[in-house]
Design a binder for this molecule. Structure first.
Ligand code: ACO
Length: 320
């Protein structure tokens, strides 16, 4: 029996607190104009001090279960893509499992920074195609505010917090669900975007350090390459894609990718203006918003693409 993995439902969660660019002007030497012109970001959400990554993941997962009318007992796998877990171990995934009363099954976290959600979607898709799991919660959740150096204007203006989730389900339907995934990493670039700490070095999680210009250059070419590859593998043209849901790092990167594909911006989901870069949470957050508001509709074709620290980059093409 050959299974395909269909996206059964989506959910997301954003912390209450909105931090506008004007507030950052009081913390570091920056301006609303600089941030907006260079990145497209107007504001981001910031989790409260006692709000954990798992709290956001649980809220997003609960929303996805409710929207799909899925009972916790029907879930047999949980994968949480995150760079900002509550603790070094155990995983955020087991906190989700406990909070939502999901029975004993497979649960783990996956770390591929901003590409994490697309990596997790691909891992879940392969579990389903192999017949090993039937219904998997795939979550991207991040508290990026916890690993920012709030004195470094080159990074602290870029990131935000939040979580998004999808339920991926085994189906015997043909031509629907995840059509392809492509995952890449190139460790030669591991030192252009990293945290200056970790359990085996400083014993602390450290803060984000980024060579922005270099990351930008890599992002534009890698994103375009990986989406072209996804189209070629499915013998599709960009015109046949209904929606591009890119990682929300910078509007200039998103626009450059859309332009390379000849895709009008009307077919691109953009939330970076309101969410900033929420790393592994950015794609499921944007996707859920577009699903809830009815922009993306059943039957449509959606291309996800991401790039982040590692460097890692990835794409997933799905028919809903
Ligand atoms: N406010 C005002 N000025 C600033 C700020 C700020 N917040 N930050 C930097 N500047 C200054 C710089 O110091 C520099 O000044 P100088 O010319 O006097 O040296 C000037 O602005 C230009 O800086 P650049 O770094 O060249 O600006 P750039 O146009 O490249 O934009 C940015 C910077 C927004 C970071 C961009 O490079 C970018 O988006 N990079 C990619 C980020 C990304 O995609 N990350 C994805 C993965 S994230 C992850 O995986 C965790």
């Amino acid at each position: 029996m050959t299974f395909s993995s269909i996206i059964r439902s989506t959910g997301s969660y954003l912390p209450q607190r909105v931090m506008k660019n004007a507030e950052l002007e009081k913390i570091v030497e920056t301006s609303d104009e600089w941030i907006f012109e260079r990145t497209g970001i107007r504001e981001r959400r910031i989790a409260s001090e006692d709000e954990k990554t798992s709290d956001m993941a649980i809220n997003a997962a609960r929303a996805a279960l409710e929207r799909g009318g899925i009972k916790p007992q029907e879930i047999d796998g949980i994968i949480v893509a995150t760079t900002t877990p509550d603790r070094t171990f155990p995983s955020v995934a087991v906190s989700v499992q406990k909070a939502l009363d999901i029975p004993v099954g497979t649960a783990f976290d996956l770390q591929a920074v901003c590409s994490g959600f697309v990596y997790a979607l691909s891992v879940a898709d392969n579990f389903i195609k192999a017949g090993q799991l039937k219904r998997i919660l795939v979550i991207g959740a991040e508290k990026m505010s916890a690993i920012l150096d709030w004195t470094d204007r080159t990074t602290c203006v870029l990131f935000g917090d939040g979580a998004g989730a999808v339920v991926l389900e085994a189906s015997l339907e043909k031509g629907r669900g995840i059509l392809s995934t492509h995952l890449y990493a190139d460790g030669r670039y591991k030192d252009i975007l990293y945290t200056d700490g970790g359990p085996s070095t400083t014993g602390k999680s450290g803060h984000i350090v980024m060579l922005g210009r270099e990351v930008f250059r890599q992002a534009v070419s890698r994103m375009a390459e990986v989406v072209e590859e996804a189209l070629a593998e499915n013998s599709m043209t960009a015109a046949e894609i209904d929606w591009l849901v890119p990682h929300q790092a910078n509007i200039r990167i998103i626009e450059a990718t859309a332009k390379k594909l000849n895709l009008p911006m009307e077919k691109v989901i953009v939330t970076v203006d309101r969410h900033g870069n929420t790393s592994a949470a950015s794609i499921p957050l944007a996707f859920d918003e577009a699903m809830r508001t009815g922009r993306i509709k059943p039957g449509q074709t959606v291309l996800f693409e991401a790039m982040g620290g590692g460097l890692t980059w990835a794409s997933a093409l799905a028919r809903l």
